[in-house]
Design a protein around this ligand. Sequence first.
Ligand code: ADP
Ligand code: MG
Length: 608
Amino acid sequence: MSDKIVLLPDNIANQIAAGEVIQRPASAVKELLENAVDAGANDIRLIIQDAGKSLVQVIDNGSGMSESDARMCFERHATSKIRQIDDLFHIRTMGFRGEALASIAAVAQVELKTKRAEDEAGVCLEVENSVVTKLEPVATPTGTSIAMKNLFFNVPARRNFLKTNASEMRHIVDEFTRVALAFPAIRFTFTANGEQLFHLEPGSLKQRIVQLLGNNYNAKLVTVKEHTDYLDISGFVGKPETAKKTRGDQYFFVNNRFIRSPYLQHAVMNAYQELIPGDSYPMFVLFIDLDPAQVDVNVHPTKQEIKFEDEKIVYAFVHAAIKHALAQFSVTPTLDFELDAGIQQLSSIQQPFTQEKQSAAAASLLFRGFSQKHQAHLIEPGRQSFPDWNDFYKTENVETPASSGSSTAQNESGLWGKTEDDAELFQLLNTYIVTPSQKGFLLVHQQQAHERVLYERLTAASQGQPITSQPSLFPVNIELTPSDAVLLTELLPDLKLLGYLVEPFGKNSFVIQGTPADIDNDNDKHLFDFLLEQYKHYSTDIKFTPREKLIRSVARQQAIKTGVRLTEREMKNLLQDLFSCQQPNATPDGRPTYLEFKQDELEGMFRR
Ligand code: ADP
Ligand code: MG
């Protein structure tokens, strides 16, 4: 038997490696735009044909390359940006892995024209299958033009994986937007199939945001600007009223590099708490600048994920900075903002620190700049407000509730069981139910509690006995947008399990033939709008199945809302249902359904 291991030829090894960096036309757009930025260009043109499948071209007026650099740049690990491993921790350029051009040359036909300012003539070079097929002098302006043609021409399997032109274009626009947002001082143009989509003149970040993300953000941006020794944060967040139901316009840049970070996103969302509904997303474009030694950008081939040396500090800082900015905004009358967008240029907005705070900041411990006087700026030590069900569960046995007919699991739970005296259960602020517990009392959030109850009920229904539907006496006709109609059609079978009988009725119309027997529907039309909106809200979450998303949406939609007065019977039923749940202590997405106040803790608060 002969040996089996062979070394792959370079071009095949390159093709395989290319899969990591160049997944689709948009990946090439990102890499080529970043190279142009790294080359110091202040004018960058992006040209696309056929959603990038036949052409992605980037033309810049940057440094250009010498002839031998032009030949070298397509080699794997060819980079001018780092020399030794240590340099990795001082990266100020977008690129450094020396892989992009090698990858592109492995999976497409490439034409490069480049000239340095000091050279008389430029050089034109063609590469195919990682091999230079043409090299000749050419008259060309200073700078570089790289055209990537026929992506994956030599890897048909990958080519077949490309999505529709509309979908690939969306990815391209996303990448273009990210780079263009990060460099408002650079002129960018973007032409697709001969039509100019963007023409962005150099300007302020604010102008760039409005040009890219839409005029409706004009006069609706709040400045964020904080400085400490550890890191700086700057940019804009949207005023609360611009929050959207879908997670669209959210951008983080770390040292000017776009990154994805659910963790930091959470820090921003948290700062908006109580300013926007829990199910909506604020707009933000935030730049975090810190010593490159504090971040590892080399954890992901496309560098969209990074690792912070100390993630918690960054989180706390982002959170505090946004709170600070929003606090400033809320003390400034809204009217002024609307009368004059330029009001935001006022120093009170531009400079969040007062003199006093500024000198404190200069003394420069992190957060020293955030005044204790303003509640909003305080970073709370994180009071444990999320009770652990098991704690309750382990409590001593309880007497059986005398009133209320049905016997349920709550009897065994030992948490809530003292309702003999009807007076010991009441509603507060039309939102909370107050009821004694074994060790003190519970404050139950009616909406969140009900959401949990419905969630478990609907989950059970989807797995076993479908929910009974009650035929509509007057079937309601609903009219949807084409995309919502497609969505609803997909959901019809699962909706049926949950008690909603809906039938297609011509183009984009549906008739509601029946709704769950045990709920009142005052407005069926509104109900479906809300349901679809909720569903879309979850639809960015890939970890859920469509059915799970639907169940969560319906539970949310049907849950009794805050502000609704409950009868004693309703309150009792709700508590009983809640404590019969498998996981009574939180909503499906993890918000508490109740808080427990223990008597000994209360005594402590009264210093007894
Ligand atoms: P990296 O950006 O990680 O260094 P690339 O494969 O993207 O790797 O590029 C390789 C090298 O080619 C770069 O380091 C740079 O020296 C050179 N280069 C690429 N694009 C340009 C450009 N538009 N202008 C000038 N030089 C470029
Ligand atoms: Mg690069």
